[in-house]
Design a protein around this ligand. Structure first.
Ligand SMILES: *Cc1c(COP(=O)(O)O)cnc(C)c1O
Length: 424
């Protein structure tokens, strides 16, 4: 008997919690049940029944070149033949750290980890250890992974689950976490260790920082003696060649990376100037380690991705996102459906409203109107895979062709008619 999406989904629900290993994949916020992936290549993803989709999830941005880029696969294969992990220093991790340092002015040293969550968690510890202060300020709707102290009012999967944080997180773990609205400069005090921000918010849909917001955070941190942390797990090496610093002109004290720099393998990293990073063990008292940190497969993939991400490649990705964004806006609004398609460089979002979205409260109103689910399912029926939740960004990759974009826009016009019919 051959597998079907339904048969595998049935089996997975017996042995995997909710059938998944990360909540958003379970389709709870759009309804229905997910397709089960067989394979992917370039802009396409295929389910176990052989259905083909143009994929705008791309592992939530981890695959910026598109799926299974041939050169990435080749370097991973070569690395695997030489052993998959050693627990000792490698050339690959040196070269990847050098490549990161070369691209991001202000980053002088890096520590590799195995996920974005781990990077942000350790970076918060670093900020506290370095300043000797406890309080962390984060913004509602910004997602920084699933460590206890950062889960409060996270966007993304946390938002999709309708949870404000999580059961099992003690009041003590979040006692020093202050949640502030995005795009408003919070009041800091002498207890503030760090302000952590997504420099362009991409986990509550896409929300652009208003002019002066990031610079205002920089100035307040300087006044209060607090550190500024950019969580660039999505924006790093995507927003621009040099990430958010290049795009905004604002330089934080600590950076967190993930997704893109792993080339589709498990990775995270945090970095900053030498004096701050020297607080991390073994140079300093802040502990961070990991059996698989700097994993040779992940560093090989990451290096190859960064090698391909030339300024020209970034321009090309911008162009792809620009074409997609303009096409979606025209197709959906053409059907008389209120929509906004925010775009910041290659980052793209879609909100079914014509209100301006500047923070999480705004994003929630748009996400809760039910239109995204209707749109999502019509797109999926037409072979276009968007993220199964209204809080996720769209991730066009360098593998998305003009023909892919044209097909997507055409499908969007049909999907928008469904939205108009279902929601008036
Ligand atoms: C995805 C994400 C994380 C968490 O990374 P994981 O690899 O999923 O642990 C942290 N911060 C931001 C901004 C993210 O988008």
């Amino acid at each position: 008997m051959t597998d079907t999406n339904a048969s595998l989904w049935e089996r997975s629900q017996q042995v995997l919690v909710g059938g998944v290993n990360s909540p958003v994949r379970a389709f709870l916020s759009v309804g229905g049940s997910p397709f089960v992936v067989e394979k992917a290549a370039g802009s396409r993803i295929f389910d176990v029944e052989g259905n083909e989709y143009i994929d705008y999830v791309q592992s939530y941005g981890a695959s910026i070149l598109g799926h299974a880029d041939p050169k990435v696969i080749e370097v991973v294969r070569e690395a695997a033949l030489a052993g998959t992990t050693y627990g000792a220093p490698t050339r690959g991790e040196v070269e990847l750290a050098e490549a990161i340092v070369a691209r991001i002015p202000g980053v002088e040293m890096v520590r590799m980890a195995s996920s974005g969550t781990e990077a942000t968690m350790a970076a918060i510890r670093l900020a506290r250890g370095h300043t000797g202060r406890n309080k962390v300020i984060k913004f509602a709707g910004n997602y920084h992974g699933h460590s206890d102290s950062l889960l409060a009012a996270g966007g993304s999967g946390v938002a999709n689950q309708g949870l404000t944080g999580s059961a099992g997180v003690t009041p003590g773990s979040v006692a020093d976490t202050v949640v502030a609205p995005y795009n408003v400069i919070p009041v800091l005090d002498v207890d503030t260790a760090v302000v952590v921000v997504e420099p362009v918010a991409a986990n509550m849909g896409l929300v652009e920082p208003e002019p002066g917001f990031l610079q205002g955070l920089r100035d307040s941190c300087d006044d209060a003696g607090a550190l500024l942390m950019f969580d660039e797990v999505i924006t790093g090496f995507r927003l621009a060649h040099g990430g958010a610093v290049e795009w905004s002109g604002v330089t934080p004290d600590i950076w967190c990376f993930g997704k893109v720099i792993g080339g589709g393998l498990p990775v995270g990293a945090f970095g900053g100037p030498r004096d701050i990073m020297a607080t991390v063990a073994p140079l300093g008292p802040v502990y961070h380690g990991g059996t698989l940190s700097g994993n040779p497969l992940a560093t090989a993939a990451g290096l190859e991705v960064l090698a391909q991400l030339t300024p020209e490649a970034h321009d090309r990705l911008n162009g792809i996102a620009e074409g997609l964004g303009a096409g979606l806006l025209e197709a959906v609004s053409g059907a008389g459906v209120a929509v906004s398609v925010p775009r910041v460089g290659p980052l793209l979002g879609i909100f079914f409203t014509d209100e301006t979205i500047r923070d999480y409260d705004d994003a929630k109103v748009a996400a809760d109107n039910g239109r995204y689910a209707t749109f999502f399912h019509s797109m999926l029926d037409q072979g276009i895979a968007l993220a199964p939740g209204p809080y996720e960004a769209l991730f066009p990759s360098l593998a998305h062709s003009e023909a892919d974009i044209a097909r997507t826009v055409e499908a969007a016009a049909t999907a928008a008619e469904r939205v108009a019919a279902a929601h008036g």
